[in-house]
Design a protein around this ligand. Sequence first.
Ligand code: MTE
Ligand code: MO
Length: 253
Amino acid sequence: MSAPITRRRLVAGGAIGAGVLLTGCDRAIEIPTVRKILFTGEDMHRGLQRALTDRRALAREFSAAQMSPIFRSNGTRDPGTPAYAALSADNFAAYRLTVTGLVNRPLALSLAQLRSMPARTQITRHDCVEGWSAIGKWTGPMLGNVLKLADIRRDARYIVFRCADLIGGKPYYESIDLIDAFHPQTILAWGMNDAMLTIPHGAPVRLRVERQLGYKHAKYVTGIEAVASLAGIGQGKGGYWEDWVDYDWYAGI
Ligand SMILES: Nc1nc2c(c(=O)[nH]1)N[C@H]1C(S)=C(S)[C@@H](COP(=O)(O)O)O[C@H]1N2
Ligand SMILES: [Mo]
């Protein structure tokens, strides 16, 4: 499934809604309340389209000269578990990124396989909710291409990211919807600032979802799951911070 299909599906949903009101309405349209409902529907449809267009806009990209000399790390700086230590000791040769859930072709991708996919490089600004920003360069395949490779099913609505680290004993996880998942700047970054991603920044693979705040950019991603609902994930709010500290699930910037 590609982003345009999702958009068409959503827009078609709006059109079907309006169609139901229009069917056989040549007379009904003269009734003021029906006309009012119709116009409300049109406004909603227009609003929906505008919201979709905004969600699809690109995040600003910067020049190499604008890159921050220092890009701090935040949250987990090393997962420190025996499993992660073993992986990193061998340069992540045994690492596999699993893609499961509502997909027709589950995947277990090695770092070499991810690095052999066509990659996007983008210089963007990272904004942390704690009040700091940094501009860095990120390289990796578009998440949308990985989801297409897994043949994501039509009933999938969210993408969940499982991470290798624990905070206060609880695993870190995050989730985004399909609009962000198929956004062209949403990538699974294995490279940062022209080098391999380092452990403090989420090696071997971290999410970049450039239209959202820092905590959505899951580091140390080991598993990607396509789901129809977030209800069965953690406490149901879609992420570590959402579930345990009450951050917003949608952190658009
Ligand atoms: N797995 C994992 N991902 C994470 C975090 C974390 O603690 N664990 N912290 C988040 C927060 S709050 C921010 S601001 C960014 C920091 O990314 P950086 O360490 O590369 O600067 O990662 C986000 N992703
Ligand atoms: Mo953050």
